[in-house]
Design a protein around this ligand. Sequence first.
Ligand SMILES: [Zn+2]
Length: 380
Amino acid sequence: MKSTSLSLTESFVKIFLPIFLFSMVLLNSSCSTDNEDTIEVIDNSQISDDTENNDGTDNDVDENPDTSGAIVFEENFVLEDNRRLVNFVLSNNEYNKFLEGEGDVKMVSQKVYEHFNDDFDFIFILSVEEQQPDGLYYGRSYKVKNDVQGLGMSLYEGTPEYGSLGTLKSVIHMPRTEYIVNGPFLHEIAHYWSNHSFIPTTIGGHWGYSSAGGQLGGFDELIDLGNNTYQGKLNGKNGFGPNANGGNSVPYSNIELYAMGLISSGELESIQVAENPERGSAFGQFTADAITTLTNADLITQHGERVPSVQNSQKSFKALAVIISTTKIGEDQSDTISRHLENFARQGTPDGYWGNTYNFWMATGERASLDIQVLDEDLK
Ligand SMILES: [Zn+2]
């Protein structure tokens, strides 16, 4: 079964990934404020061109939790024995809401904090869909709070609604566990920091038609074709996405590393931003009234220095993965997802089946780490 899972993943990378990358370029995304405490960024899949539980024995986790083995907190809420994911079995109704973009993420996070301490910067909610659901986003980020100054957004605190005592940064939902490997996993994590008005954009929440050239879109090279027409390029090739650049296939860019607190303001490079951009017919071409260059001095004058600075910013992050399903996931599936998560969080190169995609540590240029392993001390 393990080899079957692996070959399916390889097939996904070889066959579906190019389609996925193309569709990511055509995404229409929107950034909406659901309420004053949460900023949501939705990565839609709208393509305009068309293109059992265990035996029910409750462990007494309060006294002396095991260091290995599954923990059945509730019949439908189980920490898997790999200690890298929780399986939360939902009713069909609750599960299907997530496939309609109406999932109750606060219900999930509040359930997490019934059994876990407030140790997680991120909660990743993953549905177990075999195919991308029609009309659904590829990923959605719920920004729970903002504790960073200098990025264009005021500070706010929305953690209580989610059941967190202040640690939780964002909750991310993706409909397929394969997106851990192929993206938009890196992208959704980046939404905690960007783009919340740090640079002007016509693509809400993303870098748009700018030289940001990273996970949240943008080019890294611009050719002036005359007549207010431009060709954006990325990694030497024509074309870029105004809101994404091919899942986990690109690392975090300069401006993203700055926003994440991983490089200094002195290292922040100037950025070109197109005024009134309109997408052209060729891949990565667009028209604009003008191209404005914002230097790091311009950005820091406008927004202030990043607080905390790179000297004392957080570099180690911790997350909990919650796999939602309508029946208990099997051991093989649990192990496969666990392997994806371990690779994503590994401080090293992922296994060969990842191809050329980046994990978190690599995408940050080895500047930051993500821990997804559940420890005894995380349990209530
Ligand atoms: Zn996005």
